[in-house]
Design a protein around this ligand. Sequence first.
Ligand code: FO1
Length: 321
Amino acid sequence: MTTVGVVCGGVGAARFLRALTGVHPVERTVGVVNTGDDTVMHGLAISPDIDTIVYTLAEAIDPARGWGLSDETWRAMEALSRYTSVRPAGSAAAPTWFNLGDQDLATHFYRTARRAEGATLTEVTAEIAAAWGVQQRLLPMTDHRVTTMVSLRDEGIEVPFQEYFVQRRHSVPVGAVRFDGADRASLTDHARMALTDSDVVVIAPSNPLVSIAPVRSLPGVDAVLSARRDTVVAISPIIGGAALKGPADRMLLELGHEASVVGVARLYAAIAGTLVIDPIDASLATAVEATGMRVVVTPSIMSTPAIGHELARRTLAAARR
Ligand code: FO1
């Protein structure tokens, strides 16, 4: 039976992994997850993409937000705002712009405590996934610290990803993106094996520039993928020129790419043999093929389980050809 490795960002990857559950054994699925979004808030280690995937696969995600837990309460955040009025100038204590729900906090407490005991992020992630009954293997891309840094064009400063994405609601123009620490980091051995030994590698429909690119920034990842390019299938997160969620379309334009499946294909052509695109983009299939990628056209907005299952099935079939 085929093993599938999935290169993952957050929401799009989580939904694809959930869809994959319907057509492929969970114990033969492994996700290699972006950790460039990871942050520390109130001293707590937060891994948003890992948690989004765990909560989604556990059917515990808030479906409207796409992050955090459903039926969440926010008492701790409300209590925290009491301290913002007494916080001295220059203090960064009690930030309230990054919302941590009362139940979600337990995950960050656990991750932080285990990290302090010396556990690696890989080990803690396996424990958190097990606690939520998630059977897929979920691997952080690295156990090193890699931080996605975003240059803000108008402000002329560079900030960590969450200060762009959440604090500024990803509504300001981006001038550049870089992955701090990537040159000194490495894929974990488990993550490397997932990318080399899986029969099929899927690049999930995640933002190519800030979700997939951090994984690619680790030494050797592009070489591993390009060496097996025929069995690597990417799913375009851009549909009809727009991202379903988040700033991928604007970011592509701001960073000099085309906000279309052709722009996505140019980013992936060296590492993936096939691009899965939605029927809405069928007229661009020839332009995608001109980048050297094969094209699979199938509905890729996972609005029903049936559409998700068909997307997953067609994606796997594309790599097995
Ligand atoms: N996204 C938001 O838009 N606002 C938030 O306050 C927020 C808090 C948050 C807390 C924990 C967590 O795991 C994710 C959270 N996210 C929030 C989502 C996160 O910023 C993004 O989804 C990813 O980093 C992008 O993939």
